[in-house]
Design a protein around this ligand. Structure first.
Ligand code: IGP
Length: 389
């Protein structure tokens, strides 16, 4: 009875120990919906028994919806694990409490805490997105998109900057804080920073929209979009649900980020199709060989970001960019004409030269430029020369 803390059973019904999905994941995951229907047919809920009926009411339907959501979440974890993704999309927990038919049981809170910061962010995002979706259903977003202004060419702008300067095109990040570095800039006016970046020669801008961990917001994205800057904008968000892509589009994004450490291949494929439909570019982020190989197997990818920061451990190592571009991987990238973006931990002209030598045609930089009193001048410092027109 490990994992089972308390239980009550309806009189006359015995049952076997229910292991927590954490201990024996497949026990729950392999159950088909037929099994579940069978269980519900034989074990009407206590509520139903008390009210003298076995016909499902509205609450039963809600329960059933909750159960489906839980099952989908568990299935997503399983698919992800099979692709070497360590990030679990949802906390492993038992099925919703109403779902135990005549039993009431509670599972110990074992393993229900996130294993690292990325996992914590993703679990929090899952709750946040379901709340936002309730307020703004997809259909209403689609209506707004019908009348939205066109997107700007994110990839084209990076290519043009690279051609113009001979240096990697810069995606300059509007970032107030991060879990690993704390507050980067106290006096934070997103529109002002964006204008300074554009003036300093940035090809594109990246705007953090996560509130809890990065102190960003969709208001910042909108404010920058409305501030008259022409640079295409990347919505820097932890995307776990296609709904977020539509939302980013109406808030003024021209590109979104997809993190391979979080998303299984099928999600990436599907989300890339949605991006194409909405006129958005997708920056697909990898941080190790396995993720790079997965992403290289997906059709239609134009932009790959190599993150030098491991989002699970926060360790930064710019030689990661070089390592992932060596040999056959580099060849394949050139053959497919994919633009690689070197991301994180770039501070000096030597750092930029090092990743350019490794094969990147663009860089994504936050900390080193956002911290400067004039972030535009920060760009000249980063490249060792003025790259504005
Ligand atoms: O501030 P830096 O070290 O220059 O890094 C910028 C950018 O690469 C980093 O913010 C980043 C890369 N991938 C992410 C995913 C989520 C949040 C943030 C990021």
């Amino acid at each position: 009875m490990e994992g089972l803390v308390s239980m009550k059973t309806a009189p006359g019904i015995s049952f076997h120990s229910i292991p927590s999905p954490n201990q024996r994941p497949n026990f729950f995951l392999r159950r088909s919906s037929m099994d579940l229907q069978h269980r519900r047919f034989h074990f009407p809920s206590i509520r139903a028994q008390q009210s003298g009926t076995i016909f499902p009411g509205k609450e039963d339907e809600e329960d059933s919806l909750k159960l489906r959501e839980w099952e989908v979440g568990m299935l997503q974890n399983e698919v992800a694990a099979s692709q070497g993704i360590r990030i679990r999309r949802r906390p492993p927990s038992g099925p919703p409490l109403h779902y135990v038919g005549p039993f009431e049981f509670r599972l110990q809170n074992e393993g229900n805490t996130p294993r690292n910061m990325l996992e914590e962010i993703v679990w929090h995002k899952d709750v946040e997105v379901s709340q936002m979706k309730e307020k703004k259903p997809l259909l209403s977003l689609k209506k707004v998109i019908e009348n939205a202004p066109p997107t700007r060419d994110f990839v084209g702008s990076l290519k043009a900057a690279h051609l113009r300067t001979g240096l990697p095109g810069l995606i300059a990040e509007v970032k107030k804080a991060s879990p690993s570095r704390g507050i980067l800039r106290e006096n934070f006016d997103p529109a002002e920073i964006a204008r300074a970046y554009e003036k300093g020669g940035a090809a594109c801008l990246s705007v953090l929209t996560d509130e809890k961990y990065f102190k960003g917001s969709f208001e910042n994205l909108e404010a920058i979009r409305n501030a008259g800057v022409k640079c295409p904008l990347l919505c820097k968000e932890f995307v776990i649900d296609a709904w977020q892509i539509y939302y980013a589009r109406i808030k003024g994004a021209d590109a979104i980020l997809l993190i391979a450490a979080v998303l299984p291949d099928l999600d990436i494929r599907y989300m890339i199709k949605i991006c194409k439909m909405l006129g958005l570019a997708a920056l697909v982020e990898v941080h190790d060989e396995r993720e790079m190989d997965r992403v290289l197997g997906i059709e239609g990818i134009e932009l790959i970001g190599i993150n030098n920061r491991n989002l699970e451990t926060f360790e930064v190592d710019i030689s990661n960019t070089k390592k992932l571009l060596e040999g056959e991987r580099g060849q394949m990238i050139r053959k497919k004409d994919i633009i690689v973006v070197g991301e994180s931990g770039l501070f000096t002209p030597d750092d930029v030269a090092y990743v350019q030598e490794a094969g990147v045609k663009a860089v994504l930089v936050g900390e080193s430029i956002v911290k400067q009193s004039d972030p535009g001048k920060g760009i000249s410092g980063l490249f060792g020369k003025d790259i504005s027109l």
